[in-house]
Write a protein of this length. Structure first.
Length: 169
């Protein structure tokens, strides 16, 4: 799975309440959640982000509450991936579960600027900045996680697997 997207750069400790404020937690539709993504941090983000763009963040992106609403909101606004120096573990897992690639790559954060374009190869574990030509190494995604992402998340992946295992499926 390869991703290419424009960078929106944010700092450290962006918690789940900043990604999607708690006042919207009654919403379940990813497009509706996306309309409020990062609104308390960057009120103009939703009006400027384009489908396929990438969030680039500092340390502990997704800390705080363990809700799945945060990565769902990022998907809903059109983000193709999040690259960060580090993630809160539950956010990292929730991201994969909902089909949003999350890539730990500290050196990409250190050298990229907002507006740069990153090319991400999840299988190879590379993040390339097209402006500078710098290629940064991250951990490659194992095939089963790529399959989960390709399916759109853990639930659709599981549905596909179960359907394939049924007689005549």
């Amino acid at each position: 799975m390869n991703i290419q997207g424009r960078v929106w750069k944010y700092g450290d400790d962006i918690d789940t309440d900043v990604i999607i404020p708690a006042r919207y937690l009654t919403l379940t539709d990813e497009n509706e959640l996306g309309k409020h993504c990062l609104e308390d941090l960057d009120p103009s983000f939703v009006s400027k982000v384009q489908p396929g763009d990438v969030i680039l963040a500092g340390n502990l992106f997704g800390c705080g509450s363990s809700r799945e609403h945060a990565p769902i909101a990022l998907k809903g606004v059109g983000c193709a991936a999040v690259v960060a120096r580090s993630f809160a573990r539950i956010f990292l897992r929730n991201s994969i579960n909902v089909g949003l690639p999350a890539i730990e790559c500290p050196s990409a954060y250190d050298t990229a600027q907002e507006g740069d374009v990153l090319e991400i190869d999840l299988a190879a574990g590379t993040v390339t900045n097209t402006r500078t030509g710098a290629v940064h190494q991250s951990a490659p995604y194992p095939q089963f996680m790529l399959d989960v992402l390709d399916a759109g998340g853990l639930v659709p992946f599981t549905r596909e697997k179960l359907a394939a295992e049924r007689p005549g499926g």
